[in-house]
Every structure is written in C-alpha cells, then in structure tokens.
Design a protein around this ligand. Structure first.
Ligand code: ADP
Ligand code: MG
Length: 184
C-alpha cells in the first residue's frame, strides 16, 4: 500500500515544476513561525531531485546567523552536522550533498525541516521507504516541519507503529498545525 502511493506521488513530484512564487510562499510561511524566529539550531535537508527547494531558506538562515545543520547518512542513521558554507558539501548517500565534520547531539536541535514524497493531514509522512527520519525524529524534541507542494498532502496515508508525524506542514498555500489526536 505504501509502495504504490510512494511510486505514484514520486512520479508526480518528478513531473512538477513549481513557480518561484510557490517556493517564496513556503519560505515566508516558514519564517513566520515563532519557533523558527526563536531558534538557534536548525536541521534542514539539501534539496535532492524535485524536493521542495530549501536553498532560499538556508541562505536566509545563514544571514540570520543561525546554526545550520544538514544530514549526513551513516549506516542507517542521520547525523546532523553544521554547515557554514554550502560550497564545502560533497556527494554522499544516494548522491545527496552532505557536510563533513562532527555531528551535534539531536537533543539541541530547535527546528527540523523535513522533505517528503507525501504527507497526510495528521502529519504522517511518506519518505523513500528507508525510515531514516522516523529513526532520527525519535531522538529530538525539536519542532518538526514538513515542506510539501499542495498535491503532496493527502487525507490519510497508511501508517505504521514506527512512523513519526511532523508537527507542522507547510505548503505554498497553507500552514497546517497538526493537532494532538493522532489515533485514527
Ligand atoms: P519512510 O518513512 O521512509 O517512508 P517507512 O516508514 O516505510 O519508510 O519505514 C521503512 C523501514 O524502516 C521499515 O521497514 C521500518 O521497519 C524501518 N524503521 C522505521 N523506523 C524504525 C525504527 N524506529 N526502528 C527500526 N526500524 C525502523
Ligand atoms: Mg515512515
């Protein structure tokens, strides 16, 4: 079930060309979150394929002198490593650009920005199917923010015990605050 949705939505994402306005609106919504304003340590992702482009957000965070972290995949884990200059990144897991250096503790991270193939209105997320973020998100109390285009937000995704939902889902047109009740 997860696999067929994953394939369909991944294909849709590959074919999608967002406008500059859509990316700009996601960025504006992100920076209007109070917890982002108050943050110091922010873990983002370096955009891969047609994931929502985080580079404008990263540039702004660097200007604001926040500590920017990007994931490095080691074995089956995400290690959050500080990045001061995007030109120092090297191709790593699945060809995704990664930083080098010593990881910080997941516990100090204030905000985590998460890509997805699809999300649902309860905050559940479909990734590439390796569970990297599910494992990582259990280790942090930071605000979990998913970025998606509107077509990537479905009513209900299949969910398993290990799946960790996001707290906030941002699309170009909506900021969805996920409620506490996630039992259905
Ligand atoms: P994704 O979240 O990337 O879409 P899935 O939720 O389908 O992927 O998870 C992929 C695999 O990762 C599953 O087989 C699951 O057993 C494993 N997994 C996820 N989270 C954990 C965890 N906390 N501990 C052990 N295995 C996990
Ligand atoms: Mg999952």
């Amino acid at each position: 079930m997860k696999n067929s949705i994953r394939e369909a939505l991944l294909q849709e994402r590959e074919l999608y060309s967002p406008t500059n306005e859509e990316i700009e609106n996601i960025k504006k919504r992100f920076f209007s979150l109070p917890k982002v304003k108050a943050s110091k340590y922010v873990l983002l992702y370096f955009p891969h394929k047609k994931e929502v482009n985080t580079l404008p957000i990263i540039d702004e965070l660097l200007k604001q002198k926040k500590v920017i972290l990007l994931p490095k995949v080691k074995d089956k884990d995400i290690l959050p490593i500080q990045v001061k200059n995007l030109s120092t990144l090297k191709s790593g897991y699945a060809g995704i650009k990664e930083p080098e250096g010593n990881p910080v503790s997941p516990e100090i991270i204030d905000v985590i920005v998460i890509p997805g193939i699809a999300f649902d209105k309860r905050g559940y997320r479909l990734g590439y199917g390796k569970g990297f973020y599910d494992r990582f998100l259990k280790k942090t109390k930071g605000l979990k923010v998913g970025l998606a285009y509107d077509f990537q937000v479905l009513d209900k995704l299949p969910k398993e015990e290990h799946d960790v939902p996001v707290d906030i889902l941002i699309t170009p047109t909506k900021t969805i605050y996920i409620k506490e009740e996630k039992n259905d």
